[in-house]
Each structure stands twice: as C-alpha cells, then as structure tokens.
Design a protein around this ligand. Structure first.
Ligand code: ADP
Ligand code: MG
Ligand code: ZN
Length: 552
C-alpha cells in the first residue's frame, strides 16, 4: 500500500522523524510489542506505522498520509497506551468516532468521546478523568468544534495539561475537516494556537488525502520560509485556489497565468524577483526567461505533460547550485485531465505516459530516468543520493497482477459489446461490485481498494493492454478506457502481468547520512496484498533534489 508520509517537525528539537540517530527507535521496546499483541491482537507493525510511532513517541510533530485501511488509527492508539495521561483525538465524523471508541472498548481500552450531544454524566466523568492521575482513561475523542469553539472544554484541556496528563494531540482525517465545511483548514492557525498553549504536547495529523496545499504550506513554512519557489498547477483556476490558500496562511504568494492581466503579471514577476512575493503559483505559461538564481523549490501540483517539460520547469530551481527541492504530486486522475489536451500532439500521449511511468516507478534513480529522456546515460552512482529513490533505496518486489488485469479487461470487453464506454472511475466501481449491474461481470468482483486498482490500471495503460479513448464536448473532455492493442495477449493468456513495487527499505547504514535530511518521505510497505505503486486519492510525492541542471 502506498504510504506517503510527510513528517513535518515544527519543534526545533530534531529534523525529520525518519532520522533515527539517537534512541528514538521504540520498535525494540518490549512493552510496545507486548501491547500490540495482547491488546490489539496484531503481530507486526507496518513500516510506516513504526516510523510514525517512533516520531510521535519521541515528541515530534508529524503528519502521516496513508490510504484508507492503511492502519492509521493504530499509530496513535498504541502510543496512547504507552504514554502517561490522555491522548486527545480530534475527529470530524461522529460515526468514525463511535466506531473507534467501540472497537477500543471491545479491546478493554478505556476510551471516551464527547460531542455536542454528549450526556451530562459522561461529560462530568470525562472531565474528572482528565485530571485524575488514577483514572484509566487513555483516549478521548472530540469533534473539531468542541476543541475549537468550546471555551469551557478548552479550560478543562488546560487543566489536564497542567496536571501533566495531556499526552498527545491527534487530528484524524485532517482532510475531512475541511471538506465537511468545518472551517477547520484555517484551523491550522488553530493548531498553532494549540502548539503555543501546549508546547510540550506532540501533535500527530492523520489523513488519507491531505490536499497537497496542506503539505505545501507546511513544507514551505518549515523548509524554505520566506524563500523563493514556484508551484506549477494544471489549470488557471487551480493556480488561483492554491495561491489564495497560501496567502490565507500568511505565505506571500502570487498567481501567474494567461488570464492575469499583463500589468498584474509583470507586477507579480517583479515582486517575486525582488523577494517581496515568495511563491509564484503558475500554469506552465510561467517560465520563459526566468533566471532567478535562488529558487529553492519547484512543486508540481499536478504532473507535468512530459519529462522534457518537467526538466525545464524543475531546472528553474537551484541555479545558484545550492540545495533545492523539486516535488511532483502524482495521482491517476490528473493523467486523465492532461491526456485529452496532449493527445492532439503527435507524441503527446507517449510523452505523458513516460511522465506517468516516471512517477510510479518503484526504485530507479529519478535523475537517470530524466537523463534517458535526453538520450543520455547517468549512472546511479552519479546521482549522489540527490533523488528520493537514491536517498532512500528500496528493494523491488514483483507481484503477479494477471488476474486483476484480466478481470479489468473483461469489464471493458463487456462494455464494448454493449457499445458503451466506461471511464476509469466506472471501471473501478464495476470491479468493486458497485454501480450499474450492467457494467459488472460475474467473477470479477474484487475487494481490492481503489488505490490498488489505480495502480493496476496505470500499469495496463503503460503496457498498452488498455488505452484511453477521448470524447470531446463543448463543456468537457472525457477520457474513456477501452481495450488496447496488447489486450489479446492478456485475453489469450499469453501474457502474465507482473508489476514492480516498492519493497522493504534497503539498509543504508554503510553510507553516512546526508545532512539536511528532507522532511518528507514517500515509501511503500511490503507486507500486505495491497502493496502498490501509487496512491488513490492521495497524491504520490515524487521528489528529486539537488542541482537539477547538472542532470543534463
Ligand atoms: P485507516 O484509519 O488508515 O483507514 P484503520 O486504522 O481503520 O485504517 O485500520 C484498518 C484496519 O487495519 C483495521 O482493521 C486495523 O485493525 C488493521 N491494521 C492496522 N494495523 C495493522 C497491522 N500492523 N497488522 C494488521 N492489521 C492492521
Ligand atoms: Mg482512520
Ligand atoms: Zn538518483
């Protein structure tokens, strides 16, 4: 399962949680192992779970991004049992809260929840427990409103803190908070307030779909505050949204695309050059003639249309030869936004797919992949551990996905005999036994989750078992999925399909750790049947860093 993780440390104590170094590895703690087995009846932790627990148990603030079902709850539930006092869990959905509390209680863990409708007696008991050193209460779930809006409750939290019983603050499903209109996003400010008020309390954020701007915000703030950067977006609208979002968080950002007036564009450009605007959020239109030496980061909010464009765009970072970061957020949905636009160019689609292959690649050196596009060879050893794959090398795990591929193809075949066409999303529904019965095929139903199905489909697109078929209307461009030119190899059983996935992390002990470790990690665990190369709604974080120019 793709586990994409951003560790954002606000505290000055340490850099990233991926850095062990001191005695921050709790994996060997016998208490941890014992509790895992005796309370949760779980044999082993998944790698990201362990890293997260290590981070939060050593008092660091972090965000864990992991697809639904990845096992985020355990990352705070287990530490809660190992820590003195109460873990406060902010959870936007009442049903989710109930599920968790019930499940914990069934494991004999003392957990409680408070929402607007909570019974007075429960409220009273909880408030007592919060400050009572002999109370067994370990986890307290509350709604965002409760914490943000109820002064009375906050006063009790303060008492709990003063009593030394506020163990940890957890924000579960960070993204839901904003989607449900809970006004929780501005509450990153609220998080700052919490941090100021409860400086000793580690904060742990959990989400399956952190909007990239959430990460960008913290990345920019912690890594390159007040320094120059560019964020490339797919559309004009998106660039406006991202710019507004950053501005609302106090980051000086300007927007740049063809619909911005020439006057305003030149104002923004100048402001950026003289550092009164730090981040330019732009469509690919921005770039001609940029020669600012100290661009510290280039973020692709959506993938580039080709590796060549990526190269040009990222090449704007680090011209002063100082360390800079380039990040791509990748998700399959974005491919279907780009493809109708590039398909009219002769090699447009092929270039886009090369870009996709780059994003989903399991372990090759990113810089070698870029060099190859220009017909050059860059040996891995020359990368200097300047790309994410070289920095954190992983084993490759091969997985046979023939059965799912053929199921997917059967669904497309059925659709084409009925002369209908399916979008990727409809195909996934059909495979999961959802949506119109007419789209489904007996025997193909799978319990695989969306993110894994996206990996399968991506692989099939890249291997031409399926292809995109475009439908243009005045209002929208739709990409359907239909059988591709290699489909017969799958139908006749000639081809077995194997996919390369990120496996266990290679031990890199022999190599001295780099200074200025990046604060973000993307990695893939190797244990479950869900192992995959990309996220579902999540965007996969594909990074490179260093001096992009020298990769030419
Ligand atoms: P998420 O919040 O990421 O969607 P959950 O925390 O609800 O996921 O966990 C999903 C399921 O995975 C739960 O049934 C949980 O018990 C199980 N699980 C979590 N961690 C592990 C593990 N290390 N080994 C086996 N099962 C696990
Ligand atoms: Mg969850
Ligand atoms: Zn590399």
């Amino acid at each position: 399962k793709t586990q994409l993780k951003a560790n954002i440390t606000k505290s000055s104590k340490t850099d990233s949680a991926g850095n062990k170094g001191e005695s921050n590895d709790f994996s060997s703690s016998s208490k941890l192992k014992e509790t895992l087995k005796s309370v949760f009846k779980i044999g082993n932790l998944r790698p990201m779970q362990l890293q997260t627990m290590n981070a939060t148990l050593s008092g660091k603030d972090c965000i864990l991004i992991m697809p639904t079902g990845g096992g985020k709850s355990l990352c705070f539930q287990l530490p809660a049992l190992l820590s003195k006092g109460v873990t406060l869990v902010v959870c936007p959905l009442a049903s989710m809260m109930e599920d968790q509390v019930m499940s914990l209680q069934s494991h004999s863990v003392d957990a409680a929840m408070l929402n607007a409708g909570s019974d007075k007696d429960i409220l009273k008991k909880v408030q007592e427990d919060m400050v009572d050193h002999n109370a067994s209460l370990k986890l307290l779930y509350v709604t965002p409103e409760k914490l943000a809006k109820s002064k009375r409750f906050l006063a009790h939290v303060e008492k709990m803190y003063k009593a030394g019983r506020f163990a940890r603050l957890v924000i579960d499903e960070v993204h839901c908070c904003s989607e449900l209109g809970h006004d929780f996003r501005p509450d990153y400010k609220f998080l700052e307030i919490m941090k100021r008020q409860f400086p000793e309390v580690p904060i742990l954020g959990l989400t399956a779909t952190a909007t990239s701007s959430v990460i960008e915000d913290k990345f920019i703030d912690t890594k390159y505050p007040k320094q120059s950067g560019i964020i490339y977006t797919f559309s004009k609208k998106e660039s406006e949204e991202v710019a507004a979002d950053l501005q609302s968080r106090g980051i000086k950002a300007g927007c740049y695309h063809v619909d911005v007036s020439a006057q305003e564009r030149s104002r923004v450009h100048r402001a950026w050059i003289d550092n009164s605007v730090h981040v330019i959020v732009a469509t690919a239109a921005f770039g001609m003639g940029i020669d600012k030496p100290d661009v510290r980061f280039v973020i692709h909010h959506s993938l580039s249309k080709s590796i060549e464009s990526l190269y040009l765009e990222t090449g704007r970072a680090g011209r002063d030869e100082k360390r800079s970061h380039c990040i791509i957020y990748y998700r399959l949905q974005d491919v279907f936004r780009h493809s109708p636009l590039v398909m009219t160019e002769q090699t447009g689609l092929a270039n886009l797919y090369d870009m996709v292959a780059y994003c989903v690649d399991a372990n090759k050196c990113r810089r070698s992949l870029i060099a190859r596009t220009f017909g050059e060879v860059l040996d891995r050893s020359q990368c200097n551990r300047m790309c994410d794959h070289c920095e954190n090398p992983c084993e490759v795990e091969k997985k046979d996905i023939t059965k799912l591929c053929s199921s997917l193809l059967q669904i497309l075949d059925k659709a084409s005999t009925g002369e209908s066409k399916l979008t990727a999303s409809k195909v996934f529904d059909a495979l999961q036994g959802k949506g119109p019965a007419a789209n489904r095929v007996k025997g193909t139903e799978t319990s695989a989750d969306r993110s894994w199905l996206e990996v399968i489909l991506t692989h099939m697109l890249l291997k031409q078992y399926v292809r995109e078929d475009f439908h243009f209307t005045p209002y929208s461009n739709i990409s359907y999925i239909i059988p591709g030119k290699k489909a017969d190899l799958l139908r006749t059983g000639v081809d077995e399909v194997h996919i390369e996935l990120k496996g266990a992390r290679k031990s890199v002990q022999s190599v001295p750790p780099l200074k200025a470790k990046q604060s973000r990690h993307s990695s893939h665990s190797s244990h479950s049947s869900h192992s995959s190369g990309s996220g579902s709604q999540d965007r996969q974080d594909v990074r490179g860093s260093g001096e992009p120019r020298s990769s030419r």
